[in-house]
Ligand binder design. Structure first.
Ligand SMILES: [Co+2]
Length: 300
């Protein structure tokens, strides 16, 4: 875990890298492209910059809203009609940026994508010191509804702190009564989600992403080995099962150790989330810092 707080300069650097990789990665999003290839290429782009992925690259397609990262050996490819959300994070000395975009490969969901992007722009414009997070949620909700879609009520933007991707405070996609007021120096990932479906997500059976919850007693030597690796390599940040497989080679070892760690509540799981009505989902995301005059986008 990080002892010292990352500096504004480090957050700016993480933001700049996130922006660059976001733009560079868009050329990978083509019909027929392998989803695992895309994720590994983006994670490689982050490493090439001397930074770390703050979480596994999420490539969530169509009704899948979040938390899908390809599994080891994943053979799936992008289809002609796919609505593809790419969401990734860059970590520099504990400073984290988080950014996402949506590409509509079939060209039929442009308005949905625009609704998420417009909600992002308006949400960022609404953020100032003293404004409540729930008021920004209201802006997101109104913007998306005005375009005839639904905001996803149980997904949120989130405060970022050094070494912590989700630092407690949330920016909802709908109006709520959360009294938290933005303060100068806060970092937030702002990420509206729009859908033509139900407007809330439910868990699927699939889980590819985990993070450390509470280190505790583990009986199996392999589990303790894996736990040490997780603490040393990822700290509290989310990681993918495929990353562990790369490190430990043995599928059985990783599966059994993960099983024990989940049972002992050492790990938190992030199930793949989909719109409950099977609607299409679009997302747009930037990381911002709150300044006297308002939010400044770090990922641009
Ligand atoms: Co994100």
């Amino acid at each position: 875990m990080e002892e010292d707080e990352a500096t504004l300069e480090e957050f700016e650097q993480a933001g700049k890298l996130g922006a660059k990789i976001r733009e560079d990665s868009k050329r990978l999003i083509n019909i027929g492209e392998g989803v695992l290839d895309i994720a590994e290429t983006i994670e490689g782009m982050i490493a090439e910059e001397g930074a770390y992925p703050a979480f596994p690259v999420n490539i969530s397609i169509n009704e899948i809203a979040a938390h899908y990262t390809p599994e080891d050996g994943d053979g799936s490819t992008l289809g002609e009609e796919d609505v593809v959300k790419v969401d990734f994070g860059v970590e520099v000395n504990g400073a984290i940026s988080d950014t996402a975009y949506t590409i509509d490969l079939g060209g039929k969901h442009g308005e949905l994508v625009a609704a998420a992007e417009d909600a992002l722009a308006k949400a960022i414009a609404a953020i100032r010191p003293g404004v409540k997070v729930g008021e920004v949620g209201a802006v997101v909700e109104e913007t998306i509804k005005a375009k005839g879609f639904r905001p996803i009520a149980n997904l949120t933007g989130h405060m970022i702190k050094t070494g912590m991707l989700h630092a407690g405070v949330e920016i909802p996609n709908v109006k709520n009564e959360d009294p938290y007021e933005f303060q100068v120096g806060d970092y937030f990932a702002v990420e509206p989600f729009a859908t033509d479906g139900k407007g809330y997500v439910s868990d699927t059976e699939q889980v590819e992403i985990f993070s450390l919850y509470m280190p505790g007693g583990l009986r199996m030597r392999q589990s303790r080995q894996l736990l040490n690796h997780i603490i040393n390599s990822y700290g509290m940040l989310p990681f993918a099962e495929r990353w562990l497989l790369k490190e430990f080679k043995s599928k059985l070892l990783v599966k059994n150790a993960l099983k024990e760690m989940l049972k002992a509540h050492v790990l938190k799981r992030y199930p793949v989330l989909k719109d409950a009505g099977g609607g299409m989902v679009a997302q747009a995301e930037h990381t911002i810092v709150v300044e006297e005059k308002g939010a400044r986008i770090l990922t641009q």
